[in-house]
Design a protein around this ligand. Structure first.
Ligand code: HGY
Ligand code: MN
Ligand code: MN
Length: 402
């Protein structure tokens, strides 16, 4: 808890939240603090070419390690638990073992992956995606941010352009502890979520070019109004999510108009659409429907509309054996739990490409996250860390298969 509070002071914003956008100075300070704590715990600290940070605790053998971790970058209006909690809990597992002089058979690794949030450099979960082989390190390093900065230059600027080859550590298993960021566990009075799957994610940027004109003199029939088209798309996305129901969600989070003046019909609009669904076929249908709607708007409004893909990840199913271990630990500790789907993207979904992976959730108060008011009570956070400890210890003492 002390580490979570101390870390939250780095990039602190009003309302108890945190702003440590990937590869900014605040992120560097957060990284520096994490590395200091890792070294205090005698972990071997390794940084890879895209700035992923690994704290390694030697095992009796050098068999494939058990890895935990998450991310310490945040959205601009983030809370103090999203990502940070999982990394600090990993350090707590190490401290627990040190306090008892325990040496596990397998090494233990605590990871902090670069740019999980993806709000400056896209896609999100970028560091773990590179680690899992889903994006080349060079492509990641050449990614340009929303501010035009090149990721590799920013990494060098903050001193985290490491030399370790990406993907060098292939874990025996990866377990990520994270706040739920949704309303389910709290609503059902549960302490632990054994996350069995994670929904598909589709991010795109839509650029609309119309014609600026006078708001007063231009008859409605002669308008090519990019502002209206952007609003129509936002309404379409909401209606689509409602029509589909189930797990379908749709969000327009960014909407910029140009020239953004009260008496000028917008010449240009740029907006982002975030579509998610647990069912890949439904997600593809949603993307196709949106595409058709863009073509219709172009014809009706005499504008041109282009869509650029920013991220696209299919749904992921986590390792059933790990999910059972999480449930067994919760049960043994008398913690009510349920299996559930993650609505948010996480580094575990990328690690699942290279090793057995699963996640442990703890409740989010009022289901709030990506908001400074994000909160989870210390006792709930401790429950999650205890389940993480149980699962990691069992995995770390599994002998290497012959
Ligand atoms: O977008 C997500 O789900 C994650 O917070 N990056
Ligand atoms: Mn997160
Ligand atoms: Mn997040």
């Amino acid at each position: 808890m002390a580490r979570i509070e101390a870390h939250a002071a780095i990039g602190a914003i009003d309302g108890g939240g945190v702003c440590r956008i990937a590869l900014t100075d605040a992120d560097r300070q957060g990284r520096d603090q994490l590395v200091r704590w890792m070294k205090e715990l005698d972990l071997e600290v390794r940084i890879d070419r895209v700035g992923n940070i690994f704290g390694i605790r030697a095992g009796i053998t050098d068999a494939a390690p058990v890895m935990t971790g998450s991310h310490i970058d945040t959205v601009a209006t983030g809370g103090r638990y999203d990502g940070n909690y999982g990394v600090m809990a990993g350090l707590e597992v190490v401290r627990w073992l040190d306090a008892r002089g325990r040496r596990t058979l397998r090494p233990i690794v605590v990871a902090a992956f670069t740019n999980e949030e993806g709000v400056r450099f896209m896609p999100d979960m970028m560091g773990s995606l590179v680690h899992a082989g889903g994006l080349s390190p060079d492509a990641a390093l050449d990614t340009l941010g929303t501010d035009g900065a090149r990721l590799g230059d920013e990494l060098a600027r903050i001193g985290y352009a490491g030399d370790m080859a990406c993907g060098a550590i292939v874990p025996h298993a990866f377990v990520e502890l994270h706040i739920e960021q949704g309303p389910v566990l709290e609503a059902e009075g549960l302490a632990i979520g054994a996350v069995q799957d994670l929904q598909g994610i589709s991010w795109q940027e839509i650029s609309i070019v119309g014609q600026s004109n006078h708001a007063g003199t231009t008859p409605m029939r002669l308008r090519h109004d990019a502002g209206y088209c952007a609003a129509a798309i936002a309404v379409f996305v909401r209606d689509l999510a409602r029509r589909y129901g189930g797990s379908q969600v749709g969000t327009v989070g960014v909407l910029d108009l140009h020239p953004n003046l009260i008496n000028v019909i917008a010449a240009r609009a740029t907006l982002t659409v975030d579509l998610r669904n647990t069912d890949e076929a439904m997600l593809r249908r949603a993307e196709a429907e949106l595409e058709a709607h863009l073509r219709e708007l172009e014809k009706e409004e005499g504008v041109t509309i282009e869509a650029r893909r920013l991220a696209r990840f299919e749904p992921v199913v986590f390792d059933a054996g790990l999910v059972r271990r999480i449930e067994a630990s919760a049960r043994a500790r008398g913690l009510p739990s349920r299996r559930m789907t993650s609505g948010a993207g996480h580094d575990a979904q990328m690690m699942a490409r290279i090793c057995p992976a699963a996640m442990i959730f703890v409740p989010s108060e009022r289901g709030i996250s990506h908001n400074p008011r994000e909160h989870t009570a210390p006792a709930e956070l401790a429950n999650g860390a205890s389940v993480l400890l149980d699962v990691m210890l069992a995995l770390a003492d599994e002998p290497p298969t012959a």
